[in-house]
Design a protein around this ligand. Structure first.
Ligand SMILES: NC(=O)c1ccc[n+]([C@@H]2O[C@H](COP(=O)([O-])OP(=O)(O)OC[C@H]3O[C@@H](n4cnc5c(N)ncnc54)[C@H](O)[C@@H]3O)[C@@H](O)[C@H]2O)c1
Ligand SMILES: O=C(O)C(=O)C[C@@H](O)[C@H](O)[C@H](O)COP(=O)(O)O
Ligand SMILES: [Zn+2]
Length: 365
């Protein structure tokens, strides 16, 4: 088992990565001193349940003497909404969850963000554990950003709420569809771009093995990407500074994702487009050379991810969404831009004209 650590100063937890971990979760919760007198709550989605990942979790909880209720949400981004969260709050209350209850988030980033949001707000905050089942969730399960969406914008209602632990069973990835593998690949590439040129090259050279879920390559990928995420979050839990680098590709990416309509593009697909745009904006700003931007477009294309903004998305609407990005303050545009692969910086007052040019150039013709 591989162990990485997050330590934000007031919150410390481990990221456990290995095989067979869902079947050991009950035992791991005992080691974390999770009590057996309160009822707990598993949140998962229909597709994760259908793929069979709930079965070993339930068996291990039962073997360890835990009682857990189950709340299953529809699969997909549209489930990250307040209305569904309200139903989950009612369910948790009726089921008798108390302040010592633990929420277990079994699934990808949608389940993790949604269940984490429940945990952050139910009775003003109860503990939760992330049990990621997608490649993308190496990013979403670590760092404590939990949220639901507005129909017009991503992650607007949320909190910073760190999990008790991240228990990452690599076996779960065996049932993950290729499209979801690609989507997660995009966030892994992001971790190389923002901090580690060697990781970027390592991933690029192993695209096929990653997409085919080669177990050894996957274990190393998850460990290296989680380590970068953990380091950044540990340095700046609440995004007062450096944590914003994790948002590389998200300024335009989130606008594309929400304007396309949730579910049409996967999060990682939108971020892949957003990273290419951010790299091209970096070139226009004179911060990096065109070959660095081309390297990103090339790796995105080779992985089978989209490289262009869908034609039906309007540039004006994209710009107005970009202006409402959480990093934008005082009406000015803030972007995470690139100096080189492995080195990015937060740039304020980015000229709107350059952003518009990048959008126009990257739209499908
Ligand atoms: N909190 C954060 O820091 C953070 C970071 C990155 C992304 N996110 C969020 O994460 C979400 C995207 O996460 P995601 O890509 O994991 O999406 P997801 O949770 O929707 O999972 C993708 C699809 O795969 C299915 N699935 C999950 N695990 C499976 C498995 N093992 N086998 C078969 N099917 C499986 C799901 O049912 C879903 O249909 C977005 O909402 C994004 O905003 C959050
Ligand atoms: O953890 C972070 O910080 C990130 O920015 C990671 C992103 O990959 C993730 O999509 C996050 O949810 C975006 O956060 P937001 O604050 O832009 O909504
Ligand atoms: Zn993301």
């Amino acid at each position: 088992m591989i162990r990485e650590r997050v330590d934000t100063g007031h919150s410390r937890y481990e990221i456990l990565i290995g095989t067979g971990l869902l079947g050991q979760t009950g035992q791991l919760l005992l080691e974390l001193s999770v009590n057996r007198s309160s009822r707990h709550l598993i949140v998962t989605d229909e597709q994760v349940r259908a793929a069979g990942h709930l079965t070993p979790l339930l068996a291990s909880l039962q073997a360890a003497g835990y009682e857990a209720e189950l709340f299953v949400i529809p699969a997909g981004e549209a489930s990250k909404r307040l209305e569904l969260a309200e139903r989950a709050f009612e369910f948790a209350y009726e089921a008798g969850l108390d302040r010592r209850s633990v929420v277990l988030a079994l699934g990808g980033g949608v389940v993790g963000d949604f269940a984490g949001f429940l945990a952050a707000t139910y009775m003003r905050g109860i503990p939760f554990v992330q049990l990621p089942t997608t490649l993308l969730a190496h990013d979403s399960a670590v760092g404590g950003k939990v949220a639901v969406n507005l129909s017009s914008a991503k992650n607007i209602i949320g909190a910073f709420h760190q999990p008790l632990a991240v228990i990452y069973d690599i076996d779960a990835l065996s049932t993950l569809p290729l499209r979801e593998m690609r989507s997660g690949y995009a966030e892994a590439i992001k971790h190389g771009i923002i901090r580690d040129a060697e990781l970027f090259a390592w991933i690029e050279a192993r695209t096929e093995q990653i997409l085919a879920n080669d177990p050894q390559v996957m274990a190393e990928l998850l460990a290296r990407s989680c380590r970068i995420k953990a380091e950044v979050v540990s340095a700046d839990e609440r995004e007062h500074g450096v944590r914003a680098i994790l948002n590389f590709g998200h300024t335009i990416g989130h606008a594309v994702e929400s304007l396309a309509g949730y579910g049409r593009l996967r999060h990682g697909e939108a971020i892949a487009i957003g990273m290419i745009c951010a790299a091209e904006l970096s070139v226009k700003m004179g911060l990096c050379t065109p070959d660095a931007a081309e390297a990103i477009a090339s790796v995105v294309k080779a992985a089978g991810l989209p490289t262009q903004i869908p034609r039906d998305l309007d540039a004006d609407e994209l710009l107005s969404s970009i202006k409402r990005d959480k990093k934008a303050t005082g009406g000015t545009l803030t972007f995470v831009l690139m100096r080189a692969i492995g080195k990015v910086e937060i740039v304020k007052d980015v000229p709107e004209k350059l952003v518009r040019d990048v959008i126009e150039d990257r739209r499908e013709s």
